[in-house]
Design a protein. Structure first.
Length: 234
């Protein structure tokens, strides 16, 4: 009984309650982000399902068309398979940025909404007259709301999504060109096949990289705009 009373008195302390508020908001952030990521991953799988089916059909065409065992036929087939694997890599990378962008945005909406509530309560009482709990609630939501608001900009999610989409399109073009050659490879002379193989290698080499960027300058620009707005309002 004494232990229960001690715990009860401990939890009644304002400092302890302020820490608990931070922990609860942290747990809320983790939960919302986790649920958002799971939801967006499931949605992206459904969205990409037709493309996966199209890739399967393309593979069937290549397997039928490039059924020979000569070095050049095998090279064309391997170029196609290489492009397919690299395309899948960029698709997965782009999907990751897509999922993160929307999960961060959902979290930002949640904590900006809570921040709005905190500001409304603070306006009625004022900073000096507000309790430590309300101040903690306000500051915690400012931090969490700011983190989730700026993360997509810092990680350049939109730019990285677009960059990976361009890579996907480029490797799909290479695959399409190989399919175009495969259906008439028997009618092409050795010189044209050699030229096509070299062209494919050049394009594959030129387009394999890691399109990932982080732009810290976007934070500074956002903060500058906020400061300019505050100065204007004053």
């Amino acid at each position: 009984m004494e232990t229960f009373t001690t715990i009860k008195n401990f939890l009644k302390k304002e400092n302890v309650q302020a820490i608990l508020i931070c922990l609860v908001l942290g747990a809320l952030a983790f939960t919302v982000q986790t649920k958002s990521v799971c939801f967006m991953k499931e949605a992206s799988v459904k969205v990409l399902k037709p493309l996966d089916s199209a890739d399967s059909i393309q593979n069937q065409i290549i397997n039928r068309s490039l059924a020979g065992s000569s070095v050049k036929i095998l090279t064309l087939k391997n170029q196609y398979l290489m492009s397919d694997q690299v395309k899948k890599y960029y698709r997965q990378l782009g999907t990751t940025y897509y999922v993160n962008y929307y999960s961060f945005s959902i979290c930002a909406i949640v904590f900006v909404t809570l921040l709005t509530v905190a500001v409304f309560l603070m306006v009625n009482k004022g900073w000096q007259n507000s309790s430590l709990l309300l101040k903690t609630f306000l500051l915690a939501n400012i931090i969490l709301g700011s983190v989730y608001y700026f993360l997509p900009n810092v990680l350049s999610n939109k730019d990285n999504i677009n960059a990976n989409m361009l890579k996907i399109k480029e490797f799909q073009k290479i695959q399409s060109d190989i399919m175009n050659i495969s259906v008439r490879v028997d009618k092409l002379n050795e010189k044209k096949i050699d030229s096509a193989i070299q062209n494919h290698f050049n394009r594959i080499t030129a387009n394999i990289d890691f399109p990932t960027a982080i732009d810290n300058s976007k934070i500074d620009s956002k903060f500058s705009k906020l400061l300019e707005t505050d100065s204007y309002n004053k």
